[in-house]
Design a protein around this ligand. Structure first.
Ligand code: BGC
Length: 278
C-alpha cells in the first residue's frame, strides 16, 4: 500500500508502552488511523537498543520498507518524562533511558526525522482535538490506565507537558502501583474492588485540580462500563473516545506540529456537559 505521507495530512504515529509498541498511519483531517495499527511486544529489558529495533521494525512494516515519505516526520511517544527530545525518567522502562537523547536515537534508527513526547501527553492531545475533550474549555485531565498511570493536564485545549500525576503519593503508596490496570491484574481485583482504588485516586486529582472533565484512557477504557458507574465524583468522568489509539494519533499530531513549527493545541468552544456514564 502506498500512502502519500504529507500532502493529505498523513503522519506516522508510534506509541511506545511498557508492554507493547503500536503504530499506525494517521489521517489528521479526521483524527483516525488510516492504516495499521501494528502492535509488537515491548522487548525486555526495554533498553534503547532493543526498543529502537522494535520501532524500526514497526515503521518498516507501516511503510513496507519503502523510501516514500522519507522526509516526513514520525511522531514517537515514550512512557516517561520527555523534555527537549530527551527522556528524563523511565518508571516502566530500562533505566538507561534516563537522560537519554531519544529524539536522535529513534531518528537514527528509522532514518527519518522524529518528534518525541510523553505517551499520556500524546493521548491528551488527541482526546482534546478529536475525542472526548473536544471543545471543552478550562481544565481537563486525561488519565491513562495501563502498565503505569499516565496523565495529561489540558487547559483550554493546550497540553501542559510532563505532568506526572501517576506518581503522586496516596496513603503512602505511589499511585500507579495501586490504581493502574496492571496493579488491578497483579492484585487479582474485581472491577468493583478496583473502582474503590480508582475513586480514591481520582478524588485526590479532583481536589487538586477541580477539572471540568476527567477522561480515562488506556487499554482499560474499553471496559469503562465495568468501573465508571461505581465512581462518585463531582467531575464528569468519561472514557477516552479514541480508546487505545489516542497515543498513536497524538504522536502524529506532534509530528505535524514539528513539521509546521507549531505546538499541538486545539480550539475549545464549550464547557463540559459530560456525565460519569461511558
Ligand atoms: C510514567 C509516565 C507515563 C505513564 C504511562 C508512568 O510510569 O512516569 O511518564 O506517562 O507511566 O505510561
Amino acid at each position: 500500500m502506498s500512502i502519500n505521507m504529507t500532502s493529505a495530512g498523513h503522519f506516522i504515529g508510534v506509541d511506545i508502552g511498557g508492554t507493547g509498541v503500536k503504530g499506525g498511519i494517521v489521517n489528521l483531517e479526521k483524527g483516525e488511523i488510516l492504516w495499521g495499527c501494528v502492535r509488537l511486544a515491548t522487548p525486555q529489558p526495554a533498553d534503547p537498543e532493543s526498543v529502537g529495533d522494535v520501532v524500526r521494525q514497526l515503521v518498516d512494516e507501516l511503510t513496507a520498507g519503502s523510501e516514500a515519505g522519507r522526509d516526513s516526520t514520525v511522531g514517537v511517544t515514550f512512557p516517561g518524562i520527555v523534555q527537549h527530545g530527551t527522556s528524563r525518567s523511565a518508571a516502566n522502562m530500562d533505566r538507561t533511558f534516563i537522560d537519554f537523547d531519544i529524539g536522535t536515537h529513534f531518528s537514527d534508527r528509522i532514518r527519518r526525522p522524529v518528534a518525541v513526547l510523553n505517551d499520556a501527553d500524546a493521548a491528551g492531545l488527541a482526546e482534546a482535538r478529536y475525542g472526548a475533550g473536544k471543545g471543552t474549555c478550562g481544565t481537563v485531565l486525561v488519565i491513562t490506565l495501563g502498565t503505569g498511570i499516565g496523565s495529561a493536564l489540558i487547559f483550554d485545549g493546550n497540553v501542559v507537558p510532563n505532568v506526572e500525576l501517576g506518581h503522586i503519593s496516596i496513603d503512602g503508596h505511589d499511585a500507579e502501583t495501586r490504581a493502574s490496570a496492571v496493579a488491578r491484574e497483579r492484585d487479582g481485583l474485581g472491577w468493583q474492588e478496583y473502582s474503590v482504588r480508582l475513586q480514591r485516586y481520582l478524588s485526590e486529582l479532583e481536589f487538586m485540580f477541580s477539572p471540568e472533565l476527567i477522561i480515562v484512557g488506556g487499554g482499560i477504557s474499553q471496559r469503562a462500563d465495568e468501573y465508571l458507574p461505581h465512581l462518585n465524583l463531582r467531575t464528569p468522568v468519561v472514557p477516552a473516545k479514541l480508546r487505545n489509539d489516542a497515543g498513536i494519533v497524538g504522536a502524529a499530531i506532534q509530528a505535524a506540529s514539528a513539521t509546521s513549527g507549531l505546538r499541538g493545541s486545539t480550539s475549545p468552544t464549550r464547557r463540559s456537559t459530560g456525565s460519569n456514564q461511558p
